[in-house]
Design a protein around this ligand. Sequence first.
Ligand SMILES: NC(=O)c1ccc[n+]([C@@H]2O[C@H](COP(=O)([O-])OP(=O)(O)OC[C@H]3O[C@@H](n4cnc5c(N)ncnc54)[C@H](OP(=O)(O)O)[C@@H]3O)[C@@H](O)[C@H]2O)c1
Length: 258
Amino acid sequence: MNRVKGKRILVTGASSGIGEGCAKLFASGGADLVLVARREGRLRRLKETLEREHGIDVRVFQLDVRDRDAVEDFGRTLEREIVAPDVLVNNAGLASGMGKFFEGDFDDWDRMIDTNVKGLLNVSRYVVPLMVKQNRGHIVNIGSIAGHIVYPGGNVYNATKYAVRALNQAMSLDLVGTNIRVSCIDPGATQTEFSVVRFHGDEEKAEDVYRGFKPLTGDDIAEAIYFVVNAPEHVNVLNLVIMPTAQRSPFVLHREED
Ligand SMILES: NC(=O)c1ccc[n+]([C@@H]2O[C@H](COP(=O)([O-])OP(=O)(O)OC[C@H]3O[C@@H](n4cnc5c(N)ncnc54)[C@H](OP(=O)(O)O)[C@@H]3O)[C@@H](O)[C@H]2O)c1
């Protein structure tokens, strides 16, 4: 059964990977979209394709979720020009670096904490009140298995994803008594631009992360998000942990030898 048709889905970080996968899948289900990221050119191209192919309405916003004033303006624009989104997918996020914490780069730390934690909060702070006003909606936070188990070199990224899991539970508790659902999707190894960003553009190092096994794709995670959103209104999935079949934990990953 299709319960997403005609709904308005807001996806942060829609210019690539999991967010782009969500935009495409929800568009194919007949949902209207609000797409957010910093790379506006990519969003515009996605909008053109999805509107042409699916006859839906797609709004795009160039937005850095770290910029609280800009997020406030975005929230005001949403309230003024568009109805409150039915679904907010808090997906924008990144890892930056993978060194030991005592040699950590402060810019990397700020980038991760400001995007993954404060950015998610900024967007939620200005979008969720619109849902509360209408007493309906669904927040889908993108966490990670990095929010369940700490791995070597993960330090600050792990801390941000533990924070996302805590905030997911907090949002769920704070919204008790409303019709607003709250879910956290926690992917394992997913091949997107994630590792290229983590290794500051080193494509070879990024490629090596996925050597010898079949990783998840952004589209695989989008399917899980679609499932959670498409469930009947009285069904709330609090948390989903998804890994490639070859991966059983951040530490246990079967690679075929070359
Ligand atoms: N790939 C994995 O293995 C994996 C596993 C677990 C969890 N995750 C999580 O999944 C989410 C999506 O990552 P992905 O794998 O799809 O990586 P990706 O391909 O690098 O996509 C990240 C998206 O976030 C956006 N973004 C980053 N910083 C932003 C900012 N300050 N403001 C607005 N948008 C911003 C990027 O767009 P712009 O650069 O255009 O702004 C991009 O669209 C992240 O939260 C990540 O932590 C990924």
